[in-house]
Design a protein around this ligand. Structure first.
Ligand code: NAP
Ligand code: G4F
Length: 351
């Protein structure tokens, strides 16, 4: 049985990836950070919470990383944890640099110093491309020009991964993933924010939607398909970098239009542009050329923009209807780590 360690197990991609690896009979370990209110709602909503071996630790702490690696003895490490919200990186640039940038070196140093054969996946991002590519479909050879502290931290992680690959022969692959969304996306990201507000408007619970730069264009794909690409990268015969995208780009305004189409309404009645959501710098447009992933990994996106909008708004309406009927949201239910799972990894790294 293969073993995988996922950092960022409580996030969108961590949850989908864990589900995928479990379906392939992996033993899955997940690093999570202890917070005062547990947030395992994604693992619960995918019905995999009890199947994950949870390891408590913080990525800013080298001991946590060594402990997690010792406890899981991983064939594959998926390093997904990060401060992943671009807007927040302008407010907390140093904290973002620590966790989003430097923790990649901590993981790679651990693999190097512990002389492990573990393969490593690094979660790179299209944000690294930054400015000046208004109409180009970006590929692995295009130049990076980051426009946020988040993107700068991610670019550091990307380059340090290449250095450990070339200098120390560590199998580390970077996915350059363009935006990917789903029903379990964080509420602060624009797609989920819109889907949630539209659902509430349709049920009479809300009458405004406040947004920032709605002219920005993004290449939006469906998250469950993107974690398949991560796994394929580590199954491939050599470590490399791959763009994962749909090769389509749409404005935030289009997302808004299609979301309101779903409820047969017009966004102009509800939209307010709010400066609080306008960033000091914002990547104007992103579109990715995934042909290398298609040729070498046999990976292609399936779910396209309009369907993603429908899936997300539809799910949000279902959730709010359930709530109005007296059901709780899954994220309202605190669920503490399963002690049986924890004892395997706490105190002395018992495997
Ligand atoms: P996400 O939902 O925001 O999840 C981030 C995860 O990192 C969460 O589990 C979070 O834990 C964890 N984390 C943050 N700081 C930590 C720390 N100090 N110690 C331990 N864990 C910590 O992000 P995602 O959408 O799943 O994205 C996964 C990765 O891909 C991220 O690195 C992101 O930057 C990158 N990426 C995402 C996209 C996209 O469109 N989704 C595109 C390109 C790249 P908590 O739950 O406790 O906060
Ligand atoms: O949904 P967003 O916050 O995602 P963003 O900044 O593109 O970053 C996401 O994708 C990256 C990959 O390219 C990941 F690396 C990163 O971790 C994250 O997952 O914003 C999308 C666009 C931006 O141009 C933003 O300015 O939507 C614009 N926007 C307009 N109004 C808004 C809002 N974004 C948010 N979050 N909230 C608004 O009210």
């Amino acid at each position: 049985m293969k073993s995988a360690l996922i950092t960022g197990i409580t996030g969108q991609d961590g949850a989908y990836l864990a589900k995928l690896l479990l379906s392939e009979n992996y033993k899955v370990y997940g690093l999570y950070r202890r917070i005062s209110t547990p947030n395992f709602w994604r693992l619960q909503s995918l019905d995999i919470y009890d199947k994950i071996n949870l390891i408590s630790g913080d990525l800013n702490d080298m001991s946590s990383i060594i402990n997690a690696i010792n406890a899981s003895n991983p064939d594959e490490i998926y390093h997904l944890a990060a401060q992943s919200f671009v807007e927040a990186s302008f407010e907390s640039p140093l904290a973002t640099a620590e966790v989003t940038g430097l923790s990649t070196t901590r993981i790679l140093e651990a693999v190097k110093l512990m002389k492990l054969d573990s393969k490593v996946y690094y979660a790179g991002t299209s944000e690294m491309y930054g400015s000046s590519y208004l109409n180009k479909s970006l590929n692995e050879s295009d130049v990076f020009q980051p426009m946020s502290p988040y993107a700068a931290a991610k670019l550091y992680g990307y380059w340090i991964s290449r250095i450990y690959r070339d200098g120390y022969n560590i199998f580390v692959s970077s996915g350059i993933l363009f935006n990917h969304e789903s029903e379990i996306r964080g509420m602060e990201f624009v797609t989920r924010k819109i889907a949630n507000q539209v659902a509430k408007i349709s049920l009479g619970l809300e009458n405004k939607i406040y947004l920032g730069n709605i002219e920005a264009k993004r290449d939006w794909g469906y998250a469950p398909e993107y974690v398949e690409a991560m796994h394929k990268m580590l199954e491939y015969n050599k470590p490399d970098d791959f763009v994962i995208a749909t090769d389509e780009t749409h404005t935030v305004k289009e997302f808004l239009e299609y979301a309101f189409d779903y409820i047969n309404d017009d966004y102009n009645k509800y939209l307010e542009i709010d400066k609080r959501f306008v960033r000091p710098l914002d990547v104007p447009a992103l579109k990715g050329d995934y042909s290398k992933a298609k040729e070498e990994l046999n990976w292609s996106p399936k779910t396209r923009f309009k369907d993603i909008v429908k899936i997300m708004v539809g799910e949000e309406i279902k959730r709010w209807k359930k709530y109005l009927n007296g059901d709780q949201f899954p994220w309202d239910v605190p669920n503490y780590p399963n002690e049986n799972n924890l004892l395997k990894t706490y105190r002395g790294h018992v495997k």
